[in-house]
Design a protein around this ligand. Sequence first.
Ligand code: PEP
Ligand code: MN
Length: 344
Amino acid sequence: MVIVMHRDATEKQVEQVIGKLESQGFDVHRSTGVEHTILGAVGAKVVDTRDYEMVEGVKEVHRISEPYKLASRAFRPEGSVIEIGDVKIGSDQVVIMAGPCTIENFEFCDIVAERVKAAGASIIRGGAFKPRTSPYSFQGHGEEGLKAIRKAADNHGLLVISEVMEASQLPLAEDYIDIIQIGARNMQNYGLLRDIGKTNIPALLKRGMSATISDLLLAAEYIMAEGNHNVLLCERGIRTFETQTRNTLDISAIPVIHNLSHLPVIVDPSHAIGVRDKIAPLARAAVAAGADGLLLEVHHDPDNAICDGAQSMKLDQFDDLMQELRVISGAVDRSIAGQEPVEV
Ligand code: PEP
Ligand code: MN
């Protein structure tokens, strides 16, 4: 159930409603929007909504039929904007996250950081803990890698997104990472989701390879139910019967999730298509379809990258794509974060 308080409801009235909900056994999640305070009440109990409609200060009461409550659009009808430093994800700005699949060393991170920043990225990506299909493949440089990407990011005024695969890595995330990436393979690792929910580090949750949109939203709910509402949802391609591409990018997921949820939607075309020459068309389509950001693999020497070289864009390709995205974002009344809007 979601309770929307009147614009001029007093703190005392809000507290009264919270008290009533708690006394009925609900967990209450408070969200202070621009205009209204919204209370999300989570619990199995069925109550008569009129009991709350009558309470002073209450504007409206909605029952939420979806199994996800905090992630649902009704909890924050105006949409969530996740603010990290100067970067506002979910706003009218499209936020670009770019960098190598894995962190190789500081020098390489610095080369990529300089170039992607100049082209308009706000966030550098790179994994220090890699979820590889084979246990014999490179597994990531761990803390050394995180130190390298943090330093390169700080040199060029970028934020860092990097994957955490297990709870024991969370203290490192606190030290080096601005956004925790939860990989497709871990989307339903509910213990990890709960542990990330207990931090307040923003988390980008990737859609599992065989996960429905409802599964993704319920996974987000695990994080939010623990108190961390800074969640970004990421469409990165799902497994279908098609074999020509690594995965199938579900472009429909963008407007569908925007309709069902207030959380920002980020698209990762690199892991969807799996080859660098076809990333640009998918990235353009994602921005045109309303993506709030893109996560792109970019490498200065992809032919010699340790992992995912084939799907990593070259720096020049990335520059060209950014020019195109400026125009496309302008055509859908947005702009690339940190850049002047383009009138189309
Ligand atoms: C990655 O971003 O490098 C990655 C491993 O992604 P995914 O979890 O989507 O496969
Ligand atoms: Mn990768």
